[in-house]
Design a protein around this ligand. Sequence first.
Ligand code: ZN
Length: 479
Amino acid sequence: MMRTRRVALCLLLLPAACSRPRETPAPDGSPTHGPDVGAVRDAAPDAAPPAPSPADAAAAPLPSLSTTPNEFLARGIPTFVLGTAGDDRADHIVATQVGMVRDLLKASATVLDDSIDVAAGPSAWPPNPVVYGSPDVNSVVARLAPVLPLSFGPDRLAFGEREFHGTDLRVIAVIPARAPDAAGPGHPEFLLYAGTGPAAVAEINAVHHGAEPILIANAFGRLQTGRWERSPDGALSAAFPDPPSARIAWRVVERPLAPATDDGTPATVRFGFPEQLAPVDDEAAVIDAALRGLAIAVGKLSLAAPVSLSLYVYPDRRSKLSLTGDQGDGHAVVSANVIHVLHADPSPDGPLESLVAHEGTHILAYAAWGPPGSALVGEGLAVWASGRYGGATLDEWKARLDAPLRLADFLGAGFRRTPEATTYPLAGLLVRAAVDVVGLGNVRDRLYGASASTWNDACVAAGTTADALQSAVDGMLAR
Ligand SMILES: [Zn+2]
């Protein structure tokens, strides 16, 4: 029992591709924790318990209203239901997110949304369905919309009369099974990952969740938990008995962000500082340092039209933890183009500039290039762009890493099972080698989106081979 519970937690808490070196480890059990990376090794049960058939679920006279995502996922091998109803970018975001979750599992199945005949009811569904995408991305959710207990708008999530507003909303909820009636078809219980906006599921598994039937999050993390209730007339509704997470007012300062080319399109950076605090003495220096960091990222990625983004500056680790659930130095929320950073030394080439270059690369690359296919290249790009990791330059890291390190070991879930002090500098050196060998364009078009399973072919398409890139990295580490 304990083991299956850990399985579910590990699956759910896929770390963000943008997690940053953390100088102070999160306290045990803190919401900032990613999974116990050692435990991910056991990620999927060797023999999953038999899943209840969809027909059984439909026939149950009193479907559960209190199933949590952890309980749902502990039942058996999940079937991911991919949304394909969005544009290419939205569909790619869904597929990449599911691919990253699948990497952590020994067993799972995947079906496309249009393979399910929703009108036919629960028997048409696969077992243990985990549905990714909002109605504009996932046709299953769109076809069920008239009978779902929640509804989606471009900047709104509604549970009956309770509405949440924002273009950065995400919902993770176990939707109770429903019997068919005059209003529409029945469906089995399913786990839904969705939100407002076509990128709502981007890195959604990095949101700390799993223990509550309904969770709503936004760019600041967990916002509101809830549960399902049934009224005397049998109608299903959501209840939100607990207060929402703390949010504060921000004083906003806007600055332009120049593109990498003269004929490009500038972006806007919205800096947020806590309104309740007097401006810090070095606020102008903080803004300048962050803009230098972003300019480094724009330049390294050679972006002609960088995306506009928001950057929130927290005075201390405790504030950042309480307001975002993450006490790391910095983290990026790619679904909302938002960066959260701790105040740090804003001197030229200093910690804040480097931190923002790193996190900015995650945002700018995701917006311009789409989702990274591996954490190795996603983090590698950010380390390469910022030029350093943990305060040391990539050249300094060359002498610190112990060769040989096999890139193939880090393309999949192995990346998150290994200490960052090995994987991040290695990833940065890989991207440096790849840019040297095949050029930035091929890194962007071929290697960035490649997963562990497509890496070898992607290297060939880029004009090299996986062995040649390995040799280039080995050559950097040789001493
Ligand atoms: Zn990162």
